[in-house]
Design a protein around this ligand. Structure first.
Ligand code: ZN
Length: 138
């Protein structure tokens, strides 16, 4: 179990789509991340989640990105997908960088802001607002 897998799990928590199973999955991921950061071996249960058919392709894309960004965030950062016209910045595509936010309490949730004005979520485990990650933009 590398830190990278824990980081992927934190990104998954930040970008889970809404659904009936998400609360449960979010809690499970939070437990595994906390255990992993304490040094426990959590690679098997994490891999089981990463291999779920609904998540497999998405997780593979995150793992394949140098900054561990979800594919939808990479698309925005590249300018592949339109921002609202009033949000577009001058300059070439790619000038729009997605900002990375993390949980300051446990580094157990990672979220990328895709558009200016997107509200910053809370970490459901620690009940604190996410903060901009050191290094800022991805
Ligand atoms: Zn947290």
């Amino acid at each position: 179990m590398g830190d990278r897998d824990l980081a992927v799990a934190a990104v998954l928590r930040g970008h889970l789509t809404d659904g009936p199973a998400c609360g449960e999955l979010d809690e499970r991921l939070a437990e595994l991340i906390a255990a992993g950061r304490r040094g426990a071996e959590v690679s098997s249960p994490l891999e089981e989640i990463f291999e779920r058919p609904a998540l497999r392709d998405w997780v593979a894309a995150v793992r394949g990105d140098a900054h561990l960004r979800p594919p939808e965030v990479v698309a925005v950062a590249r300018g592949d997908r339109g921002l609202a016209p009033d949000l577009q910045l001058p300059g070439p595509p790619g000038a729009v960088a997605a900002a990375r936010f993390v949980c300051p309490a446990g580094d157990d949730l990672t979220w990328f802001r895709q558009q200016a004005g997107d509200p910053v979520p809370m970490c459901g485990t620690h009940h604190v607002a996410l903060v901009p990650a050191p290094g800022g933009a991805a």
